[in-house]
Design a protein around this ligand. Structure first.
Ligand SMILES: CC(C)(COP(=O)(O)OP(=O)(O)OC[C@H]1O[C@@H](n2cnc3c(N)ncnc32)[C@H](O)[C@@H]1OP(=O)(O)O)[C@@H](O)C(=O)NCCC(=O)NCCS
Length: 173
């Protein structure tokens, strides 16, 4: 497996991988209409190109035999959880691995890359939101040293309300 930064030319691959993995994760937790709308809004090619054009928005692919099987998105962005402004804080905005590669170390490798990035750039804390019923992801993040902050926020998929828990990991721990 190799990990590399995603570049603008990868937009079609990221758009498909992003949509497929989001669908696989959240299918059945919202209406079909809400799912379709979310996929169109967040993974359309123009949106993905816009995000990839932002030099401060970091996407990395994990690739096996040259095929992207997972990705991570990290960015310094306090808009969703302003409490984090008291620290130099890196948001782990997304971590999605194709189902066939769950439990195989791909997610660990991508998360470790985020920690290395955070150390290199002197971040004090890495934080993320995880759906309250996504128990596999919660277990994974706990395994990687994250803790529940006790704070929550709304993360609706279209008109379907959902709640995310904020997790964090301080890097001096
Ligand atoms: C979340 C994700 C990145 C984790 O990567 P992974 O390779 O599956 O993680 P791991 O297998 O190393 O760890 C998952 C742990 O949860 C456990 N687990 C699996 N299903 C579980 C469940 N329903 N409830 C509780 N724990 C569960 C596993 O046994 C494992 O723990 P263990 O290593 O002690 O046995 C990956 O599953 C994924 O991409 N999921 C879909 C996208 C997603 O949910 N992203 C997170 C959005 S915030």
């Amino acid at each position: 497996m190799t990990i590399r930064r995603v570049v603008l030319e990868d937009a079609p691959i990221l758009s498909k991988l992003g949509a497929d993995t989001f669908y696989d994760t959240f299918k059945g937790t919202c209406t079909d209409e809400d799912m379709d709308g979310f996929l169109v809004d967040y993974f359309n090619i123009e949106q993905v190109q816009k995000e990839l054009s932002d030099a401060d928005d970091y996407f990395y692919f994990a690739e096996v035999d040259g095929k992207a099987v997972g990705y991570i998105r990290i960015k310094e962005d306090y808009t969703a959880f302003e409490t984090m402004k008291q620290w130099k804080a890196l948001e782990l905005k997304r971590l999605y691995v194709s189902t066939d590669y769950h439990g195989k170390g791909v997610a660990q490798a991508l998360t470790n890359l985020a920690f290395e990035f955070a150390h290199q750039h002197q971040y004090e804390v890495v934080w993320l939101g995880v759906w309250e019923f996504n128990f596999r992801a919660q277990k994974f993040y706990q395994k990687m040293g994250f803790e529940d902050t006790g704070h929550k926020h709304d993360f609706p998929i279209g008109n379907t309300p959902q709640t995310d828990l904020w997790y964090w990991k301080f890097l001096n721990k």
